[in-house]
Design a protein around this ligand. Sequence first.
Ligand SMILES: [Zn+2]
Length: 300
Amino acid sequence: MKRDPAECGEGTDAIVLRRISYGETDLVLQLATRRFGRIACFARAAKRSRRRFPAGFPSFARLEIRVGPPGRADALRPILEAQVVRPHLRLPRDLPCYAAAGLLVEVAREALPEEQPEPDAFDALAEALDRLDEGPFGWGELLAAEMRLLAPLGLAPRLGSCLSCGAPAPPRRAACFDVARGGVICRRCGGAERTISGEARERMLAALAPLAGEAAPPAPDAGPGPLHDAQRILVEFLEHQFGRRFRSARLLEQVAGRGGGPPARRGSSCRRLATPRRTAGPRRKGRRPERVGCVRARGR
Ligand SMILES: [Zn+2]
């Protein structure tokens, strides 16, 4: 006999993206889930019920939840039960890892579509949080995690070939990067303001190989400086795409920026590498970023 999902709920893995207190004991939650994509939920008596929610809803933890269907009057799904399966308790003790986890969650909040399953993107987020919990922090690992999260959603920047003419960017060479268009522009097509080093570009492309069913090439040997620069450019690109600033990116700059390598180098083959700044206009509510210029994992 088939059970009614409204009563017994449906199970899925989940990660808390946002938590808002409602009244004295309830919570409104935005979750990334493996089965339903990004969902908005209501957890009645979440701060009180130790039977249904034994560990609550801690930030960055991986949960197993049972949820009902969205309500008729609102889009909130009731959470019937939640267990923590990976608490990620070490994260708050390592500030760079903690800030990087915050950045990934902020990006996931913007990038994951609502009520639409994206299991590859969910797995990328979950695995990245597992790794950050183990530490230590590295700019290369963060860049790879961001690429694996964005690529299944068609939101990864294009790094392998010119956005205008399609000419392949020479391997292991620095390339001009257009923040607004989200990819490499060759010099014959006019170049762009930012430069991504060859090592960082290879590292970011290598992260996508397993998603395309290819063996991951060995990560190129790169110092933290070029990887840190590439991370700043990626944040600038994401902030332009989503029309908002990521607070965790600022925190990460404060806690890992200096320790992560020398100050940002000025690009030699293209023009300057500027401090990240807001380039987008005000975001229209509900607007999804365009996928023009970005690639899914296979189309790089
Ligand atoms: Zn070109």
